[in-house]
Ligand binder design. Structure first.
Ligand SMILES: Nc1nc2c(c(=O)[nH]1)N[C@H]1C(S)=C(S)[C@@H](COP(=O)(O)OP(=O)(O)OC[C@H]3O[C@@H](n4cnc5c(=O)[nH]c(N)nc54)[C@H](O)[C@@H]3O)O[C@H]1N2
Ligand SMILES: Nc1nc2c(c(=O)[nH]1)N[C@H]1C(S)=C(S)[C@@H](COP(=O)(O)OP(=O)(O)OC[C@H]3O[C@@H](n4cnc5c(=O)[nH]c(N)nc54)[C@H](O)[C@@H]3O)O[C@H]1N2
Ligand code: SF4
Ligand SMILES: [Mo]
Length: 789
């Protein structure tokens, strides 16, 4: 790692008033500018017209579902989908010459935006032990390095196989097959940091960790409650679906500390009223909740519904267990605690409960604002409780709708990317391939970091993603990765995880979704699953960025063949050369995927079974939907501190920074800002515009975690609830601060304090190893937050 000094653009930071409407013609203009700037006119037309079309490729950005094939527009994408395509289909190239010109240390001095703008990686690259630069390597030699390192381990459990949620179903299936044939379940994925709390909570409450709705349900709902999600930025086409629902008479409640523009007004650029009219008002009610207040909110909603007997008794009697205990539990809620935890008044909560009572069919949507807290699993079970009380599951227009992040994160799980995949899945693998898969659970993301940190894992492989910046506690994670013998990154573009690497490091460049994939003389396709369990094919349209690229499935089969030879008699070459072969295995191994190739390749694909949605069947421990009681647990924030959420700007995809324009929140030209209520700014002794260092309070270790140089921006957010962008703030998220039951990092509730920014230091960047033990001189010298306590 370099000295941690990174250039960044915050000298240009400008703060404007936040916007009150999303999309509109500005969105179209920005998407076209970015697309044409990166891809040129010809490829812009070629790609965007095939984006999300039945015969084209699936948007690689978020997991929002496509409308039915017959209801699709010619332009079936949003601004951020276009940006994602432009990033992948860029004409820029990071060639071996580029890597010869820039040492790893020099590359490491640039920010994420600069790294991403160097273009597509064209050749397999290696950094040999002690080397200062990456150099090109032949594919066979690269695969041999991976094989030698894996075969040289004392145990397969000393390897970690990470997946980001962009991998296709075919790649995901071959990857998990390889890891298990090698002998480990160490398959952490981005889900561990994302919707893991959802998966755990829903598995217990309804027996399956996925959404119980279809797109049709969204259009037909009476009420849509959106908690902890910012669709205008992160699932922009959701706004078109909400617009349809609203025009049919639906009401919308937004539960969010921030007045996110997209939750308030949508100017749909595809219809005249969105261009010249006033757009569509989205939320009928906004509850500006305090960070981490949702468990208390949903218990209070439940309490009112019980008090009013606004209950679906028939559903409760026939399909649930635990109702009476729950009803008693919520009837006893203490309203003072509720008001303190939520920052909302009883009147505001009552208004929301009345809207739920008035609705015959409600959909409950959520994303990271609910999943990334210590009490996240309990909160999501509480959302289920309210839905059960109203019978809002397994009927048209109603249901539970966790909205997934990465475009194929849900499919990857279906294909077995899971460190604790159920035994039934392993039994099917065993029956299909004839080897005994390991049964012991593997490491999730947080435990993988611990294993590398503690010298228990020596090889890290990433199928996409940017582990070092996505994972919590950046300095700890960076040190853990740097201590390995080998890091292998299957990637499209340069990122920080190529620079914070093991003794030996490999970059294996891969095709993206926009590109044609010809193998064995045949144009191959891949398949993906969206947030509503719809599985369909995706076919690239562009020539590959370089003739040396291989598809993810081909790379993985190559690694498997090099490592395992014919151990277990698995025919890796056949799967590599024709993905139909992999899909035939999927047909027999993955429940619901029978005749996979045929079903997935018809227009619109097929929808996986979902027992609660399809027949109100609940495959839980009790065989019914389970009401679960949880104590309200209010985070205690000591005086002088504040709770911080880490969130996405409008101009990034996770750790990929497209640009510096968080248009809706009025931030241009920089990212190191912390949004705070004006009274909190004054109370903590600061003024708007001050530069501060953020540091974390975490009682369980003596690490001093600091993220330096943030500008304070006054913002409409509840008292006590601050916000700043991810991944710049990941150094503040303690590795051990995770959600109970899911081990998901608590990225939406970190207790921090602020100190005036130190003047005597060069500007440092997002991953800078600021965390250290108390022995570090630099941190002893740091001013202590005395005036805050
Ligand atoms: N363009 C773009 N699209 C993306 C992504 C991207 O980075 N860029 N990322 C993808 C991924 S992987 C994911 S997981 C999704 C993420 O999608 P979101 O979950 O929408 O992403 P975040 O930016 O983390 O925003 C969380 C929202 O929850 C609110 N919130 C925070 N804490 C709380 C809380 O305690 N209670 C409540 N009620 N609300 C809270 C925040 O104010 C914010 O509006 O988006 C996916 N789509
Ligand atoms: N503090 C904080 N931390 C968070 C979050 C938060 O809200 N706050 N959110 C968490 C969430 S929800 C998630 S999902 C994770 C995201 O974690 P990751 O999935 O690990 O991160 P990404 O930034 O999405 O990964 C981007 C990289 O993927 C590679 N890539 C892009 N396209 C492809 C492709 O087609 N194939 C391959 N093989 N590689 C490709 C590129 O090299 C790119 O640099 O971060 C988590 N971390
Ligand atoms: S809503 Fe999501 S999947 Fe759809 S085009 Fe936009 S970014 Fe892509
Ligand atoms: Mo995510």
């Amino acid at each position: 790692m370099s000295d941690g000094t990174i250039d960044h653009h915050d000298q240009d930071l400008r703060v404007h008033d936040p916007k009150s409407a999303a999309a509109g013609v500005t969105g179209v203009r920005v998407s076209m500018q970015r697309a044409i700037g990166q891809m040129g006119l010809k490829n812009t037309a070629k790609t965007l017209l095939k984006l999300n079309q039945a015969d084209g490729f699936d948007c690689m950005s978020c997991a929002w579902p496509d409308p039915d094939p017959e209801n699709r527009h010619t332009a079936e994408f949003c601004e951020n989908g276009a940006k994602a395509v432009a990033e992948e289909a860029t004409k820029k190239r990071a060639t071996p010459d580029f890597f010869a010109r820039h040492s790893i240390a020099e590359l490491d001095s640039h920010d994420e935006h600069w790294l991403g703008q160097q273009g597509r990686i064209t050749h397999p690259m290696v950094k040999r032990p002690g080397a200062t630069h990456y150099e090109p390597i032949e594919w066979d030699d690269a695969l041999a390095i991976v094989a030698d390192n894996l075969n040289g381990l004392d145990s397969p459990d000393e390897a970690v196989f990470y997946t980001s949620g962009r991998a296709s179903n075919e790649a995901a299936f071959t990857y998990q097959l390889f890891a298990r044939a090698l002998g480990t379940n160490n398959m952490p994925d981005c889900s561990n940091m994302c919707h893991e709390s959802t998966s755990i909570a829903l598995a217990e409450s309804i027996g399956i960790g996925k959404a119980s709705v279809t797109m049709r349900d969204v259009y037909e709902a009476d009420l849509i409650l959106i908690a902890g999600q910012n669709p205008g930025t992160n699932h922009p086409r959701m706004l078109s679906a909400l617009e349809i629902a609203k025009r049919r008479g639906a009401k919308i409640i937004a539960v969010n500390p921030l007045r996110e523009a997209g939750l308030h007004n949508f100017r749909n650029p595809q219809v005249p009223r969105g261009i010249i009219g006033k757009g569509t008002e989205i939320a009928d009610l906004h509850l500006p909740i305090r960070l981490n207040g949702d468990l208390a909110l949903f218990q209070a909603l439940g309490s009112l519904l019980v008090e009013w007997d606004a209950l679906d008794h028939e559903f409760i009697d026939r399909h649930t267990t635990g109702f009476h205990e729950w009803a008693q539990h919520v009837a006893a809620v203490d309203w003072t605690t509720v008001e303190k935890a939520t920052g909302l008044s009883r009147a505001q909560i009552t208004e929301a409960a009345e809207m739920i009572r008035a609705s015959d069919k409600t959909i409950y949507c959520w994303a990271m604002g609910l999943t990334q807290h210590r009490n996240a699993v309990a909160t999501i079970k509480e959302v289920c409780n309210v839905a059960f009380a109203r019978g809002d599951i397994g009927k048209p227009g109603a249901g539970l709708f966790p909205i997934r992040g990465h475009s194929n994160v849900q499919g990857d799980r279906t294909m077995g990317i899971w460190e604790r995949v159920p035994d039934t899945f392993l039994d099917s693998l065993q029956a299909e391939f004839g080897f005994d898969p390991p049964r012991e659970h593997g490491h999730d993301t947080v435990n993988s970091v611990r294993a590398m940190r503690d010298g228990k894992a020596h090889v890290f492989m990433g199928l996409g993603g940017n582990f070092v910046l996505a994972a919590p506690d950046t300095a700890v994670t960076a040190k853990a990765l740097a201590s390995t013998r080998l890091t292998v990154q299957v990637s499209t573009k340069l990122n920080r995880s190529h620079l914070v690497c093991g003794d030996t490091a490999l970059i294996l460049p891969t095709l993206g979704r926009t590109e044609k994939d010809v193998r064995g003389g045949k144009e191959q396709f891949i398949s993906v699953e969206d947030s509503v369990c719809a599985v369909h094919a995706s076919r690239g349209v562009l020539e590959p960025a370089s003739p040396h690229l291989r598809s993810e499935t081909a790379i993985l089969c190559g690694i498997a063949e090099a490592t395992l030879g014919d151990r277990h008699g698995i025919d890796w070459a056949a799967m590599r050369d024709d993905y139909d072969v992999a899909r035939d295995h999927i047909s027999r191994v993955v429940a619901g995927c029978e005749e996979y190739t045929a079903k997935v390749d018809r227009p619109g694909g097929f929808v996986l079974p979902h027992p609660p949605r399809d027949s109100r069947t609940f495959e839980t421990r009790s065989g019914s939907a389970e009401f679960v009681c949880s104590p309200i647990d209010v985070l205690q924030v000591p005086e002088g501190h504040i709770l911080l959420q880490t969130l996405r700007s409008h101009d990034q995809f996770n750790t990929t920074i497209y640009g510096f324009s968080d248009r809706y929140r009025g931030i241009e030209g920089g990212r190191r800002v912390v949004f705070m209520h004006p009274d909190d700014i004054a109370h903590l002794g600061f003024t708007a515009g001050d530069m501060v260092d953020l540091s974390t309070r975490w009682d369980d270790d003596d690490i001093d975690r600091v993220a330096p140089d943030f500008r304070i921006v006054p913002y409409d957010t509840p008292r006590g609830s601050a916000a700043a962008y991810y991944p710049e703030t990941n150094p503040l998220v303690p590795l051990d601060s995770t959600a109970t039951g899911s081990n998901c990092p608590t990225s939406k509730s970190i207790i921090i304090s602020l100190t005036p920014a130190r003047q005597d230091r060069t500007i440092t960047g997002s991953y800078d190893s600021q965390a250290s033990t108390g022995a570090d001189e630099g941190h002893k010298a740091r001013p202590q937050p005395t005036h805050l306590s």
